[in-house]
Every structure is written in C-alpha cells, then in structure tokens.
Design a binder for this molecule. Structure first.
Ligand SMILES: C[S@@+](CC[C@H](N)C(=O)[O-])C[C@H]1O[C@@H](n2cnc3c(N)ncnc32)[C@H](O)[C@@H]1O
Length: 260
C-alpha cells in the first residue's frame, strides 16, 4: 500500500518539480542556489561518515521499544545496528542539507525529534552557535547516541530521553523560541500535526521546520497538505523525502516542489 503510494507520489513530484530557472522569488532563488543545491560528491564531514560506516559494519543487535510508526526496517523488537544505520537514518545528502541550513541562517535553538544513532545529530550540531536538543524514546538508542556525543566532545548537544508526546511540551515550556526543528520520529498523521501545532507557539519569522517522510503514505500526505495550507506558513519546499516549512510573513505564501 505504502509502496504504491510512494511510487505514485514520486511520479507526481517528478512531473511537478522545478529547478532554479523557474524561481522568481529572490528569497527562494538564493535559498535554493546557495543552500539547498550546494551538494557535494565528497563527504563534507568525513569524520561523521566514518561513524556511520562503523555502525553499518556493526554485527550488534539491540532490543528497541516501538514508539512510533515508520519503521521500514523491521517489525519485531530486535534490530540490527547495521540495518538502522543503512535504512533507518538520514542519508548524508540530507544531513548535509540540514547542516547548511543551520549554518546559513545561524540558527541557535535546534531540535531533532527522533535521534536514533545520533549520526544526523552530529551534523545538526556542527554550527558552534547552535544548541541542539535531540529527542529519543528508545533507551538503547538514546544510550548509543549519548556515547557518540560524548566520544565526539559535543558540549552543545543534549539527548532528551522519553516519549516525545510528553517530553516536547515540557521542553517548549522552558525554551520559548525554536529556530530549526527536524520532525522525524513518529510518522503518523496525528503525531505530525500534534508536534506541528506545539511548535507553532514557539516560532519566529525565521524559523524553519523540516518534516521527514512527507510522502510515506496517505496519512503523512494528509498531514503535509494541512501543514502547507496553515495560515501561519508562508513558504514550503517539497524535496520529496522531506518538506521544509518557513513562516516569514514578508514572503508571499507559496508552495514549491524542487529538484534535489
Ligand atoms: C527515523 S528515526 C530518526 C532518524 C534521525 N532523525 C536521522 O535523521 O537520522 C526515528 C526515531 O524516533 C524515535 N521515536 C519514534 N517515536 C517516538 C516517540 N513518540 N518518542 C520518542 N522517540 C520516538 C524512534 O525510536 C527512532 O529512533
């Protein structure tokens, strides 16, 4: 069902995607040319890619607590670290995109919903000015990621362990504004909209929210469509795997589907 949905969605994306030549808004043109399209063939951070490689070669298995929908890796509770590293975390291209966005806008408060092994978090925390809060409900993954951050002397990164349904509202009571958030944990309509609504009271004009797996299935498609049409959202950029959401009121409300 989900495979058919994704194939159909990808066809639709392919039909509608635009490149820089069709972009007239200066904000979008600059963002697309300078930040989004600035992809590298060679890893920008080989030190982080080495960690990904080590996880991909691991023969260890962990027992995981299933807190959310979206596991394309396994349906039982035993998970191979190598499977998580190769199929369950952001690809280098996307992690590098997040790093560029955070650096370009010099984002301070950065949130990641869904830490997993912490490889992507290492990219989010590259900007020295950022404070990164990464949320993970699975104790084994939270422990692995914490060890990665300690080993890499990440003083600007904190793991918030527990179910996001409970930990995010508590966090947002303390941190009034969020500059950048990657929403990549519980890929259901209900949770996606609930997290989006929670963030809405904590955005500024320059906040960027990134939603992963927006075309994963009908539920996520519905959530993405509702997010796009929300009156506070001005610009959205659909890169197929992820959707970027901006709130700057000075920009005319527009939805873009861009080649990435
Ligand atoms: C797709 S992985 C995150 C990948 C990571 N953000 C990256 O970019 O590589 C999703 C993670 O979210 C966690 N998760 C799912 N639902 C959750 C919830 N309700 N509370 C806390 N963690 C949750 C899972 O345990 C899993 O490790």
């Amino acid at each position: 069902m989900s495979f058919i949905h994704q194939t159909f969605s990808y066809f639709n994306y392919w039909l509608n995607e635009e490149n820089e030549h069709s972009l007239h808004s200066p904000f979008i043109y600059e963002l697309y040319k300078k930040v989004i399209l600035d992809t590298n063939r060679k890893p920008l951070f080989p030190d982080i890619e080495k960690i990904r490689e080590q996880f991909a070669l691991s023969t260890n298995t962990i027992e995981v607590v299933d807190l959310g929908s979206g596991s394309n890796v396994s349906k039982n509770n035993q998970r191979k670290i190598s499977d998580i590293a190769t199929k369950g975390i952001s690809k280098r291209k996307f992690s590098e995109l997040y790093e560029r966005l955070i650096r370009h806008f010099d984002y301070n408060i950065v949130v990641e919903l869904g830490t997993s092994l912490g490889v992507n978090t290492l990219y989010l925390s590259k900007n020295k000015d950022s404070r990164v809060f990464t949320f993970e409900g699975d104790p084994s993954l939270a422990a692995i990621a914490s060890a990665v951050f300690q080993g890499n002397e990440k003083t600007n990164t904190e793991v918030i362990e527990g179910n996001i349904d409970q930990t995010l509202p508590l966090f947002l009571n303390k941190y009034k504004k969020v500059d950048f958030a990657l929403i990549d944990a519980n890929h259901t309509y209900k949770a996606t909209l609930a997290y989006f609504n929670l963030f809405l009271s904590h955005i500024s004009d320059h906040t960027c929210l990134v939603f992963d797996d927006i075309h994963m299935n009908g539920e996520m498609e519905k959530a993405w469509n509702e997010i796009k049409s929300h009156y506070q959202v001005t610009v959205t950029i659909d890169l197929f795997q992820v959707g970027l959401v901006f709130f700057n009121p000075e920009i005319r409300k527009q939805d873009f589907i861009l080649t990435f």
